[in-house]
Design a protein around this ligand. Sequence first.
Ligand code: PRP
Length: 210
Amino acid sequence: METLVVDHPLVAHKLTTLRNKDTDSSTFRRLADELVTLLAYEATRGVRVAPVDIVTPVAPTQGVRLTDPQPLIVPILRAGLGMLDGMIRLLPTAEVGFLGMVRNEETLEATTYAERLPADLSGRQCYVVDPMLATGGTLAAAIDFLVKRGADDITAVVLLAAPEGVAALEKELEGVDAPVRVVTAAMDEKLNEKGYIVPGLGDAGDRLYG
Ligand code: PRP
């Protein structure tokens, strides 16, 4: 598994306001959306393209276009919904599949309560979006869904990751054939005893949707 921390002053600037406990919900939504667009730019660096011939007003030339099947974006409900528009802005032809997952705040185990993904993901590049990679349980379960359906290339776009969660995810993915990448705006210090990312930004779902 490859982990990329996007090192860019604009990302750091927006993330700082996002973390601030005094940032209100509408500003939080806007900043999360803006951050995703910046992260998506890096996350899609390996998106598959094919050559295409076009003619400019001046001369014929060759360019590229996204290849079929189009990428699949998978927001993990509910907080991942706050990242969907930002991804679609950069990948307007992508399909969207949904996974509803919730973490039990006592056991920290993730359970799935909704699933609406294409049945066959063979040959698909998938972009899973969820603001937080805390223990990694949610993302591990989501990736398992995608791999079982045949996805062969998975990128998780998160706003914050905890080192413990990244290590746990790496372990979970041992033996998984598909390449998996995690793109994050920051790698925080640790998880606390409640499984919250420290310093983190609190509960992203609550801050987005109340
Ligand atoms: C949060 C977050 C991730 C998950 C991360 O969701 O959005 O999905 O927890 O935790 P993990 O890495 O320890 O599994 P939550 O379960 O609070 O649901 P919500 O998005 O509906 O608020």
